[in-house]
Ligand binder design. Structure first.
Ligand code: ADP
Ligand code: MG
Length: 573
């Protein structure tokens, strides 16, 4: 009969390697039964400066005792796992301290921000709760400090587990709020389509952030809480919270206008982030956007591979082909055109644009400029002449921040003005102005924009040697062998762990699905299907080692990562 080693066995093993070389820690790899949980030491670091050792703790539901209602729905389960990750992190922080060389003594779990994302850091199901975390096994120089290790693994770890993974020791009210809010958010996102809306901003929402580098809500007497103009006021009914009133933005073309510094970009940024659920107290909990919204911006310098941007750019100098356009150094306008076409290819239903981050010549060409520079000499069909095509032919709406050009009044379904951080409906007045001035500029299009060419990634362009590094660095960078994928302008990528997942997804997807026949979209969808079926762990390159720091990105960010890989070659379908 097999008896699983116990925590006492672990303690004995540690005592036996005291003051030995660091490599002796390898011998504690394995599984240990504690009195109320199981510890899995999956991978032991090779030295005190290497990435810390990977471990898991599993508590049976017989002990953890989470009510099944908390993880019955997918959004509920994700929110519960998110809550437990935060709780584990807070408890781990109390005990995590530097005890020796390098990362000695550091106990850590994935870090959550203001969004509630599906993560690999925590697993809850009807059988158990499992936390995936890391421990810097303590050393002085390269010498095992067994006493310190016993302290961490035999005393502190049980305390952390007790205070973070047992239902009885948690604040049930807060936990329920966390889970129910996520269910409400998901329900509201689903309701938007039925209501003919693309975004909803609840009255009372706090949109501005603390600072340019903090995603926490701005606080203090100068914060203006959001209030819908009567024209767009909608009341929705949520499963837990009941009736909630706020501004509903209908499908179509919506302009957000207003003076500089009156809160236009802040509103748009909140809408951008509304594709994700937020934690209670964030201020944007009930700012909800359709899941298929994509922020579009100019991104000069990016590479583009085989994209048909001819709907926006034509007649380039030297007859460069724009129906199958590739460049390693796009301009502001060509990059913005490529971003739109790629988003359409990925299935977007809502584009979000801010004049602050758009190429001016891509957005507008006014009447005077039309008279001075002949149509034949201008390769760009500005966005203003395509925004209705996108709606009519792709059912893709646009929300656009413009403070600088009234020409857009003619193509807008509604105009919302931000004034002292509050929205007003100014549609009627904008229409009057557009009608009175009239005829200033002409629509300049030769052919409608009504199709997107799907692209097939070529396997030869996505092959790496096994020694090539494929990994994420922070939020904005992925290293694929010798190439760097720059994601800093992919603005709806919000979490380092999403970027880590993107690196793993690219590797997984290319090995499994890039075959020279599948389109990029089919590849992305196949991966997402696997993840949905098997869980996010599936993308991990490690076997027998937990992937504790992945968070799920959307299909748009997955496609964006492929599209920004400079080695990517495609053929059009
Ligand atoms: P715009 O895009 O119209 O120029 P921004 O959205 O950039 O304006 O906002 C300008 C400043 O006002 C920012 O510092 C922002 O944090 C702050 N701000 C935005 N909305 C609010 C609000 N509702 N209450 C208080 N301050 C706000
Ligand atoms: Mg702005």
């Amino acid at each position: 009969m097999f008896f699983m080693p116990t925590s006492s066995d672990l303690q004995r093993k540690l005592a036996g390697i005291d003051r030995k070389g660091y490599g002796a820690y390898k011998s504690i790899t394995g599984t240990y039964q504690y009195d109320f949980f199981t510890l899995y030491i999956d991978h032991v670091q090779s030295d005190p400066f290497a990435p810390p050792s990977r471990m898991r703790v599993r508590v049976s539901q017989r002990v953890a005792a989470f009510p099944a209602g908390l993880y019955r729905t997918r959004p509920g389960r994700v929110a519960l796992e998110d809550f437990l990750t935060r709780q584990f992190a807070a408890e781990a922080r109390k005990y995590s301290e530097k005890r020796g060389t390098g990362k000695s003594g550091v106990i850590a779990i994935d870090r959550c921000g203001q969004e509630v994302l599906e993560r690999t850091s925590m697993v809850v199901n009807s059988q158990y709760v499992e936390a995936r975390f890391t421990v810097g096994l303590p050393a002085r120089g390269r010498t095992v400090m067994a006493g310190e290790a016993v302290d961490i693994l035999l005393h502190h770890l049980p305390a952390i587990v007790k205070h973070s993974l047992l239902y009885a020791s948690l604040n049930a009210e807060k936990l329920t709020e966390h889970v129910q809010l996520a269910e409400d958010q998901e329900d509201l996102r689903r309701q938007l389509a039925e209501l003919g809306l693309v975004a909803f901003v609840a009255d009372g929402s706090v949109l501005p952030r603390e600072s340019g580098i903090s995603d926490l809500p701005l606080r203090g007497p100068n914060v203006i809480a959001f209030r819908s103009p009567p024209e767009y006021s909608v009341t929705v009914t949520l499963p837990h919270r009941g009736k909630v009133t706020g501004m509903g933005i209908p499908r179509g073309v919506t302009l957000i206008v207003g003076g500089g510094y009156h809160g236009k970009s802040t509103l748009l940024r909140a809408i951008e982030r509304g594709v994700y659920n937020h934690v209670p107290g964030d201020g944007r909990e009930l700012v909800i956007t359709v899941a298929d919204a994509v922020k579009i911006r100019a991104e000069d310098g990016r590479s583009v591979s085989g994209v048909d941007i001819s709907g926006f750019i034509n007649n380039l100098p030297f007859g460069q082909d724009t129906t199958n356009f590739s460049t390693s150094n796009a301009s502001g306008s060509t990059s913005q055109a490529a971003n739109i076409v790629e988003a359409l290819e990925t299935g977007t239903r809502l584009l979000l644009l801010d004049e602050d981050t758009s190429a001016t010549n891509f957005m507008i060409r006014d009447g005077r400029m039309q008279r001075l520079v002949a149509r034949e000499a201008e390769p760009i069909t500005p966005f203003i002449d395509r925004v209705r095509d996108l709606l009519d032919n792709f059912d893709t709406s646009t929300i656009l921040v413009v403070g600088g050009s009234g020409d857009y009044f003619e193509v807008a379904d509604r105009v919302i003005m931000m004034h002292n951080y509050l929205p007003r409906d100014v549609t009627a007045r904008a229409r009057e102005i557009a009608a009175a001035a009239g005829g200033e500029r002409k629509r300049e299009v030769e052919a409608p924009l009504n199709r997107v060419r799907e692209r097939i990634p070529l396997p030869q362009s996505l092959q790496w040697q096994s020694r090539d590094k494929i990994k994420a660095r922070g939020l904005d960078d992925i290293q694929l062998g010798r190439e760097n994928v720059d994601l800093q302008h992919v603005e709806q990528l919000v979490d380092n762990s999403q970027t880590a997942a993107l690196a793993a997804i690219i590797k997984y997807a290319t090995a499994k699905y890039v075959d020279g026949k599948a389109t990029l979209m089919q590849v992305v969808q196949a991966v997402l299907r696997d993840i949905q079926r098997e869980g996010l762990d599936i993308i991990s390159p490690f076997r027998g080692q937990h992937p504790g720091d992945f968070a799920l990105p959307r299909k748009y960010e997955i496609a964006a990562a492929f599209n920004r890989y400079r080695g990517l070659r495609v053929k059009q379908k």
